[in-house]
Design a protein around this ligand. Structure first.
Ligand code: PLP
Length: 386
């Protein structure tokens, strides 16, 4: 039987979409080695599709989806030892988490300066522009962490917040958050911890006996923490959370919302799908804390394996990996990155550190690394890196 006209049209459109998709690299191939995003856990996809058409911007219309959101926030809050007074705000990712945190800090303090290290994510440049805030830089130590000894000189009457990074974008390093917390507690300053990458990693590293500092609400000076489920939470884009120490602070970022069923709406976004929320919740339910711990353990074992193999090639690291992020120093950076891409491998290029970033996400297996290493060696030989 001939397909109906409408079917023909649908099939034609889907075929056209496939031609676009074919040009993309895929997480499932294992050849994306530089991204902090991940192939989703299978249950994330099913949950996402079920809730794709829901709108959490109008939660009273979708009380079931809203309850999933509350349960996800509870899971994340427990992970971060958030106090009873806390509240959580679902965001689209690390950028929105940082913007929202700085919005709260600016509202609470009426001030406009953010003290942060050079390793801060570039979303802070957007924050400076959108909210007319000033970025006051603190130098890094030789380990690429914020040099806490230099902070006191930077604090002044205009300081709105200090930023601590728990898993930096470029190298996965962790700032000395306990020291930052002490300073902020003593000086009554707002401390935001950007744990976009590390939020789903550090709690389990500690349980696995890795030497990493405290970074969460166990520290009394921490005001807000952001983390992303679409990174090491093994879930779908876009999903992050901002956990806020005191629920009253939510008033600072809420407005009256006359044309929807709830009286006030907090945060930046209005309409937003329940799909990614359901996906992140489903993964959290499926894996539980034990499942995430095993995932982190596996990523760290493969990171160690990758580190050893890269040393065998004769290459060096910018700094010893703290978590599942490796920064490999290269003299012929663009040449290596372009050649690897020609060979079908995607790593991230960090010009100012003259290194490539490799991130061992959950879909990266030892077998994938063992396929990649000979290609990296061949590439380095061909471009004269070795
Ligand atoms: C530490 C950190 N913060 C914020 C972000 C921004 O996250 P997103 O791209 O999800 O907005 C990233 C992204 O890699 C990050 O590594």
């Amino acid at each position: 039987m001939e397909p109906h006209n409408k079917d023909k049209k649908r099939i034609g459109i889907l075929k056209e979409l496939d031609t676009f998709k074919e040009r993309d690299f895929s997480f499932s191939s294992g050849h994306i080695l530089g991204s902090m995003c991940t192939q989703l856990h299978p249950i994330a996809k099913e949950a996402y599709l079920k809730f794709l058409g829901t709108n959490l911007g109008d939660p009273e219309m979708f009380p079931g989806t809203k309850e999933i959101e509350s349960k996800l926030i509870k899971f994340i809050s427990d992970l971060l030892h958030a106090p009873k007074t806390s509240v959580g705000q679902i965001v689209s990712g690390g950028t929105e988490g940082n913007i929202t945190a700085m919005w709260i800090a600016k509202q609470l303090t009426g001030k406009k300066e953010i003290i942060l290290a050079d390793s801060a994510h570039f979303s802070f440049k957007k924050i400076a522009s959108i909210m007319d805030m000033k970025l006051t830089k603190v130098p890094l130590t030789s380990d690429y962490n914020m040099d806490v000894s230099k902070i006191k000189d930077k604090i002044n009457n205009n300081t709105a917040a200090i930023l601590g990074i728990a898993g930096s974008t470029e190298l996965g390093t962790i700032d000395p958050i306990p020291e930052l917390s002490d300073i902020c507690y003593d000086e009554n300053l707002f401390l935001h911890v950007d744990a976009a990458f590390g939020g789903y990693v550090i709690p389990f590293l500690r349980e696995l006996n890795y030497q990493v500092p405290d970074f969460d609400f166990k520290l009394k000076g921490v005001s807000t923490i952001s983390l992303d489920a679409h990174k090491m939470g093994y879930s779908a884009i876009p999903l992050g959370a901002l956990i806020i120490q005191d629920e009253k602070w939510l008033d600072e970022i809420s407005v009256e919302s006359p044309c929807i069923s709830s009286k006030r709406q907090a945060g930046i976004f209005g309409t937003r799908s329940g799909g990614p929320v359901a996906a992140a919740y489903a993964v959290a339910r499926y894996l539980g804390k034990d499942g995430y711990k095993r995932l982190v353990e596996n990523c760290m074992n493969i990171t160690k394996h990758t580190e050893e193999k890269i040393i065998d090639i004769g290459l060096h690291f910018i700094t010893k990996p703290t978590m599942n992020v490796l920064g490999v120093k290269l003299k012929k950076l663009p040449e290596v990155v372009n050649k690897l891409s020609e060979y079908g491998w995607k790593v991230n290029k960090i010009d100012h550190l003259s290194c490539i970033r490799i991130v061992i996400m959950p879909q990266i297996t030892k077998k994938i690394i063992d396929e990649f290493i000979p290609v990296l060696r061949k590439t380095c030989e061909e471009v004269g890196e070795l």
